[in-house]
Design a protein. Structure first.
Lengths: 273, 327
């Protein structure tokens, strides 16, 4: 009896150990952000909040953050619009070439980012486009649209087609039906798609590094700081704030997504991907 | 009023309101163009045209350009600037495929990717199994959310933190020496491959757990009861029923981890400190640092080709698990 109990405990213990493995590096962020030493190792130095002050006064950081926020907002908006169109088309209508088109749209999900970045770089250099925030936006929209399509497709799939038909029978036009019936019902999906694309764009490094030219993006800025050991604690402080921000954004995205599924009468299953 | 009659009434009265329900108002259409315009196909095509055009111009065209560039020649233009000259040649491929450096880098990338895939899938399976079979349905979403959160935090910072954990006198080493388990500080970074594998296995964990979890969720629980009623033990039921039925998820997980890790750039760069490059680092050096776009393109096309071949072979070897699993 006792051995049986030990056996059934094995799996939950493993699962919790695995979660600790997943969180271990991230839990170190605040530890080193408040540590009064430039060397990241144990035993720790004293407690200090000075790295947050150092971070706050870094001009380059603010500039990179501004660039990244512009890119992330634009990317989230464009990717969500493209995702909305593609998800609506593929979940509701049948048309020739649908499978191939959807496959092409979702392709960046399985291509190594390096290949995406490289191929865009070759074309942009070829047509003489200067690398800037704009080229990063173009790349990030390509990279995040599949995520938007995945999220919005599940939002559209849980939509009951008879609601739309009822609206037509009550004399609404396709446009007004979309605005009055469909849009409010998929709104949580739109919000969640926007937040996810925003977060992914903010974090993305390879495309941001290849296509940004002289406009430094936040991820490239962080990457550059690692070359100078004295700057690392400052990055730990920045990382702590970024982790808190992304957890808030994701919790918000997940909350709206669930509420949306509940509203359309579906059952929540699984997470984002 | 019967439904059919009602709908015909409507389509007669307010023509055009049914543009989105093509099957209903076919009767009221006269011209072929009008019928097409109102049809499902036309609406679908017009909706997909914008995202479709975007991926054609920013994905299909660039990929094709890379393919074309890989057959061009690196050189200098009239102004003396490094450029790609449109002279067709197979030399880039000859260099990529005969150079011992690129062969070593490609083999290293494949080796690391495969060990990452193996480690990630084997470590992830029990977790997916636990969440699917033992966690109460109301708590499942919470578990999945907890599993995905670390994945949404900055990738570069996570990689760097692994360097801090595994490095000489790093967190791991200093904890062990402080507690007296180890006499001398150790470093995992001296072996770049191990450090890169651990870091990537951590980074891709959620990608492996989610597809396996989805496949496990789809398994009809009555099969398992049937297995045990027929005299199988829990363990043999797992081996003969649960595992084969979840193989589609395992295969998906393996591919989702394998394909992007072959082309990973950040981890070898940060963990190996430039001394343990993978194929993507070689591409970056050719493309950005040396401005050899043609050679860089040939490297990229070759790497993609090898990954595609490995993936197809892997899928063919596992095709018996994929047949009939598309439910």
């Amino acid at each position: 009896m006792k051995s049986l109990q030990a056996k059934s405990l094995l799996l939950p213990i493993y699962a919790v150990a695995y979660l600790i493995f997943l969180y271990a590096p991230i839990l170190l962020l605040p530890v080193f952000a408040f540590n009064d030493s430039v060397i990241l190792s144990f035993p720790l130095g004293g407690f200090t909040a000075k790295w947050f002050g150092v971070m706050w006064q870094d001009e380059q950081l603010w500039n990179a953050l501004k660039n990244s926020l512009i890119v992330a907002l634009a990317t989230a908006a464009f990717a969500t619009v493209l995702g909305l169109l593609a998800a609506r088309a593929t979940t509701r209508f049948r048309f020739p070439g649908k499978g191939g088109m959807l496959g092409l749209i979702m392709l960046p999900l399985v291509l190594p980012e390096m290949i995406l970045a490289m191929s865009l770089l070759v074309v942009f250099l070829g047509i003489g486009l200067n690398m800037s925030i704009l080229t990063v936006i173009l790349g990030h929209v390509l990279f995040t649209t599949p995520l938007a399509v995945a999220i919005l497709s599940s939002a559209f799939q849980s939509l009951d087609k008879s609601l739309e038909e009822a609206a037509y029978d009550l004399g609404e036009t396709p446009a007004s039906t979309f605005r009055l019936i469909i849009l409010p019902l998929v709104m949580p999906g739109i919000v969640s798609s926007f937040l996810i694309c925003f977060t992914v764009s903010l974090d993305e490094f390879i495309i941001a590094y290849f296509l940004s030219g002289t406009d430094t993006m936040l991820s490239a800025y962080i990457y550059g700081q690692f070359r100078f050991p004295a700057n690392v604690p400052k990055v730990m402080a920045l990382g702590t704030i970024l982790v808190l921000l992304s957890i808030c954004l994701l919790a918000l995205a997940e909350y709206t997504r669930r509420r949306g599924i509940a509203r359309t009468g579906g059952k929540s299953s699984g997470g984002f991907l | 009023m019967p439904a059919a009659e009602k709908s015909r009434d409507n389509s007669g009265n307010d023509n055009g309101r049914h543009a989105r329900t093509g099957h209903r108002d076919r009767m009221s259409d006269t011209s072929g163009w009008g019928r097409f315009r109102r049809s499902e196909a036309a609406t679908g095509l017009s909706l997909i045209s914008l995202p479709g055009a975007y991926v054609i111009f920013l994905l299909a065209v660039p990929l094709f350009t890379v393919l074309l560039t890989s057959f061009y020649t690196d050189g200098t233009n009239d102004a003396g600037v490094k450029a790609v000259l449109p002279i067709l040649t197979g030399e880039n491929y000859a260099e990529v495929w005969t150079s011992p450096i690129y062969r070593a880098l490609m083999l290293r990338s494949l080796g690391i990717s495969m060990s990452v895939t193996l480690a990630t899938v084997i470590l992830a399976y029990p977790v997916a199994y636990y969440v699917s079979f033992y966690v109460a349905p109301s708590k499942k979403s919470l578990w999945l959310f907890l599993i995905t959160i670390p994945f949404w935090t900055s990738y570069i910072i996570r990689v760097f933190l692994w360097k801090v954990v595994l490095g000489y006198n790093g967190v791991f080493s200093s904890l062990l020496t402080e507690t007296g388990i180890l006499a001398e500080p150790i470093s995992f970074l001296t072996n770049g491959g191990v450090a890169i594998t651990i870091t990537l296995a951590h980074a891709y964990a959620p990608f492996a757990i989610l597809p396996i979890f989805v496949a496990l969720e789809k398994i009809d629980r009555s099969y398992l009861e049937a297995g045990q009623d027929l005299g199988e033990t829990k363990w043999t039921t797992f081996l003969r029923v649960t595992l084969p039925l979840s193989m589609a998820g395992v295969i998906a997980a393996a591919m989702i981890v394998f394909i992007p890790t072959v082309g990973d750039y950040v981890t070898p760069d940060l963990m190996g400190g430039g001394k343990y490059p993978m194929i993507a680092n070689a591409m970056e050096i050719q493309m950005l640092k040396l401005r050899h776009q043609a050679l860089g393109s040939a490297l990229a096309v070759s790497a993609m080709g090898i990954v595609a071949v490995v993936t197809v072979v892997f899928l063919l070897c596992n095709r018996r698990f994929l047949r009939g699993s598309s439910r």
